[in-house]
Design a protein around this ligand. Structure first.
Ligand code: TQI
Ligand code: ZN
Ligand code: ZN
Length: 419
């Protein structure tokens, strides 16, 4: 009932809820129920930005909100029109503490913003906590929140979207903003808003080149990996912005954004990752750069160029890194070559060798490598090779995702939108 009447669906009998229950009703409304949720009935929605408490100059605030609405109007047939004075369907405002809607803000941190589901009056309104340190920058300042990212999420609520269980979705209930990467709606967000409002006539042409990103499915028989590494007791499998964590004590191997562990220190779409237990560091590779992290903190001076490791300038990236704890060296794979890096002397030893000689039976270039449970695991496309590095032969092959213990179930289909 609260949801229907444009109140935060807290389940509590607040004064506002009581007031709504007492209010006279008439049959005309701008909203209609849609299954469990409600949606706006009209296709052009007006919004107004209240001028008080603005944390940043008006012109910048206007730009951020216009861009946030555009993400939604690009995919669903809704138009958003800004109004300056007249009443608007959606009022956007900044408040601190109690602002008399039954859901007071809580100062710095905690709740950042909230939005009311579609409806008259306060319905669709979006409130931001004026006590947060709001940022606009694409490079993130610690402890500040990106106004654009939070606005896109709240506008989703204002359109009637609930939270999503897909960790790649903007509507997933954790703050995950990757600076330097263009924020986009995920495949799941797009499906959800199109389920409510239909498909924008521009959708096909706008997204034909770059469709909204899907969250990978560990049960996909075509799954391949960007990188695989050990991390203390776990094995981590990287793919796009995500990773799966295989922990010896947990039987469920879940997917998370890799930023959930490293925030914005390491980029998505990595090339290679390895752990050096002795030096207590993790090393990440992407393109010509590498990052060294000690206990989740970036070491000073990183990222650095891979040429600093001793690679000649013709090597533009690293495909995979394979660390041998006991022997104190790491093998880097680049194209059809591999290189041996001495971790104690911190130098590349000699010249590269051909993968087909050192690793017979392994096609090149490879995607990922890890030494785990006494065996070398190499990944190429959707195939996983177990390799014995002493006898130099392939022990077995299987699907790339065989270590992820895929248990096919409906949840997975719901999560990824695949059938
Ligand atoms: N505000 C919550 C949110 O927008 C308010 C909320 C809505 C809520 N539905 C809820 C809280 C159900 C509890 C249960 O989700 S928030 C994010 C996140 C918030 C959170 O300030 O916590 C974003 C605002 F978590 F997704 F990052 C924006 Cl993006
Ligand atoms: Zn409020
Ligand atoms: Zn939310």
């Amino acid at each position: 009932m609260q949801r229907f009447f444009g109140l935060l669906p807290s389940g509590e009998l607040t004064n506002e809820t009581l007031a709504v229950m007492k209010r006279p009703r008439c049959g005309l409304s701008d909203v209609e129920p849609f299954g469990e949720t409600i949606r706006w009935k009209k296709s052009t929605l007006s919004y107004r930005i209240a001028s008080y408490n603005l944390p940043i100059p008006t012109s910048k605030v206007n730009k951020v909100f216009r861009a946030a609405w555009k993400l939604w109007s690009n995919v669903a047939p809704i138009k958003f029109r800004k109004r300056s004075r007249k009443e608007a369907d959606i009022v956007i405002s900044f408040h601190s503490g109690d602002h008399e809607d039954g859901s007071p803000f809580d100062g710095t941190g905690g709740i950042l913003a909230h939005a009311f589901p579609p409806g008259f009056g306060i319905g669709g309104d979006v409130h931001f906590d004026a006590d947060e340190d709001w940022s606009l920058k694409s490079s993130q300042v610690k402890s500040s929140f990106n106004l654009f990212a939070v606005a896109v999420h709240e506008f989703g609520h204002a359109l009637g979207l609930p939270h999503s269980s897909d960790p790649g979705a903007i509507m997933y209930p954790t703050y995950n903003f990757a600076p330097n990467y263009e924020l986009q709606l995920s495949f799941r967000d797009v499906k959800d808003v199109q389920h409510l409002y239909g498909i924008s006539p521009n959708f096909a042409s706008l997204f034909s080149k770059q469709p909204p990103p899907r969250t990978p499915d560990k049960c996909d028989p075509d799954l391949s990996f960007d990188a695989v590494t050990e991390l203390q007791q776990e094995v981590l499998f990287f793919k796009d912005r995500f990773m799966w964590r295989k922990h010896p004590q947990f039987d469920e191997i879940g997917i998370t954004l890799s930023s959930s562990l490293w925030q914005d220190t390491v980029p998505p779409y990595l090339d290679a990752v390895y752990e050096n237990v002795e030096r207590n560091v993790n090393v990440f590779f992407k393109g010509h750069q590498y990052w060294v992290l000690r206990q989740f903190n970036l070491e000073e001076g990183f990222p650095r160029n891979i040429s600093d490791l001793g690679f000649p300038s013709r090597i533009k990236s690293v495909d995979a890194a394979l660390h041998f704890r006991n022997e104190h060296y790491t093998v880097f794979f680049t194209g059809h070559e591999c290189w041996r890096y001495n971790e104690q002397q911190k130098t590349l030893e000699g010249s590269p060798t051909l993968i087909e000689q050192q690793w017979p039976g392994i096609p090149t270039p490879i995607d990922a490598a890890v030494f785990y449970e006494g065996v070398v695991h190499l990944f190429k496309g959707n195939i996983h090779y177990k390799f014995d590095s002493n006898s130099k032969h392939v022990l077995s092959t299987g699907p790339a995702n065989e270590l992820l213990e895929c248990k096919k179930n409906d949840d997975n289909e719901i999560l990824t939108g695949r059938r």
